[in-house]
Design a protein around this ligand. Sequence first.
Ligand code: SF4
Ligand code: MG
Length: 335
Amino acid sequence: AENILEVKNLKTSFYTHIGEVQAVRGVSFHVGKGEALGIVGESGSGKSVTSMSVMRLLQFPGKIKDGEIIFKGEDLKKISEKDMRAVRGNEIAMIFQDPMTSLNPVYTIGNQIIEAIMQHQDINKEDARKQAIEMLTLVGIPSPDKRIDNYPHEFSGGMRQRAMIAIALSCRPDLLIADEPTTALDVTIQAQILELMKELKDKVNTSIILITHDLGVVADVCSRIIVMYGGLVMEEGTVEEIFYDPKHPYTMGLLKSIPKVETKEKQRLVPIDGTPPDLVKPPKGCPFAARCDYAMRICTEEVPPYFEVGEGRRSMCWLLHEDAPKVEIETGAVV
Ligand code: SF4
Ligand code: MG
C-alpha cells in the first residue's frame, strides 16, 4: 500500500548545558494510507521527540540533525514554516496526553470545534454548530447540546480528551498523531477513546500514529508496531508478531509488564529493572545491554545491526546473529 509518511534515519538532539542529548539517533519507519502504527517505549525512549520532529514542533534547544520526513511525497524538513503550519492545521492533527495544554481556556469547547470545522468546510456557523454537536455526540459527550457551551475547565479530564479528538477530527486530517492519548484516563474511558480512534480509522480512513508506553493499548487499534528504546527502533512487526513472537528482549520485558485482563485496574506486573541509557553519552553497544538478561560480551561493544526476520520485520539484537547462542527467550503469557 502507498505510504502517507516515511521517516528515514531521523536524528534529533537537544543542545543543553550538560551536552548534546541524542534523543532520537537514527529512526526509520513508515505509515501506510489508512494504517495505524503503534510507537511503543518507555518515557525517554524518543517516541514523543520523534512525533514532535515530524510535526516540527520541537522546543528549544531541540533540533533535527539529520534524516527525511516524507509526508505525501514531500520532505517536511524542507518546506517553509508557513506551509508547515498549513500541514499541521489541515493534514496532520495531533492529540496529546494533556488536552488542557492544547485547548484554549478562554473559548468554549463549542467555539473551538466550530472554528476548526469552518476552517475546513465551506459552511455557515449554524450548520457548523450542528456538526460540532454531532462531533461531541460521536466522541461520547453527554448532553452535547448543552455541553457545547462549556469552557474547557468545566469538562473532566476524559471529556477534555474527547473534545480534543473532536477538534482534531474536525480538520479531517490524513494523519492523526496521538501521544499517550489515554494515559491520564481511567480504564473504561481509555477503552472508549481507543474504540473511537479505531472507528475513525475504519470510517474515515485516517492514518494513525499511536504513541504509548503501554503495549496493551496498541493491540486493538494498530496493525503494526515499532518498539523504541534509547532513541532507536528496537523491533518492528505486526501486532501479532510483536505479541506472539517477539524477537527482542526489551519487547519481551514490555510484554511482561502488561497487566493481565483480570488485574487490569491494578499495578503493572513486572516492570523492567534499571533505567534507560544516558543519551548524552549513549552506550557504545546495544542501548539495552545494561538491563538485558541475555547480554553477551559483544552487546556492550558494538551496536547490533537490524536483523531482518521476516517481511517488514526487523530486530536490533545480537541474539539473532547466526553465531549467537540459541537461547529460549521467555515470552510470558500474554493476552
Ligand atoms: Fe540484549 Fe544483547 Fe540483544 Fe541488546 S543485543 S537486547 S544486550 S541480547
Ligand atoms: Mg512522551
